[in-house]
Design a protein around this ligand. Sequence first.
Ligand code: NAY
Length: 291
Amino acid sequence: AHALGGVYSALITPFHADGRLNLDQLAPLAEFELAQGLHGFYVGGSTGEAFLQTADERVAVLKAFARAVQGRARLIAHVGAIATDEAIHLAHAAADAGYDAISAIPPFYYDFSAAEVLAHYQALADATPLPLVVYNFPAKSARPLSTADLLTLLAHPKIIGVKHTSQNLYQLERLKTAAPDAVIYNGFDEMFAGGMAMGADGGIGTTFNVMGRIFVEMYEALRRGDLPRAQRLQTRANAVIDVLIDIGVFPGTKAMLKLLGQDCGPCRRPFATLSASQMAKVEHVVATHLR
Ligand code: NAY
């Protein structure tokens, strides 16, 4: 197994009810998630509502969370931004805060050329001593990275892996086979067992904030070759994920955390707060599947 493999929670960011960062909630949240046996955390990603925060806020979250974890799990900082210089600024902060690696979405919104996207990653990889995990998320990228682009990036000595948030597990297998030393993370929790079967070294997921134990068990079952057990655990997890996808994965995950004793506030606007009927669905699935 790859040294950076395993099950990583894509950490949510706690806010106060009025939308201010709630840095004090990061320490209890770290304890709650570490107790589930997670191997690491992916801090400040999509799930962390990075694109709804200022750069200063993102740095504050990276620092406070590393302080709370104190070396007890591996830490990947998501530093992605459209502007290369902003991503580099965040990468320096991650290195100073003691992170094990950085990761970044491809620059989005504008139609950057493939050469521009590759140059962005190369500049980021060269900027700090930390290794870089490319965030492959074709559904949200102006220009999806091809398998050839990803392999070009993986040839850079500091670019060590890919977070594969794609249902294309054929591409996942091709990447792992062509770059066996790379660390490949499955990115869609609802198909974690499938991604692992096609060669992933682990996964990074939103729903691991509330289902860390289930996914760590699934990971261990797959490592021992116990596919029937992994399938049962995936089916159990997917009953919860169905509800999250229906009501909104991030607001739904925060609502579940609150019911599990971790009040991390709402998502930032324009995410909406849950309606009474959505809350009832959350309460039901938490009571039947997560307690
Ligand atoms: C991130 O940066 O936080 C992630 O991408 C984590 C992976 C999640 N993908 C997205 C797009 O948020 O966990 C998944 C996803 O929420 C889950 O599979 C439900 O679809």
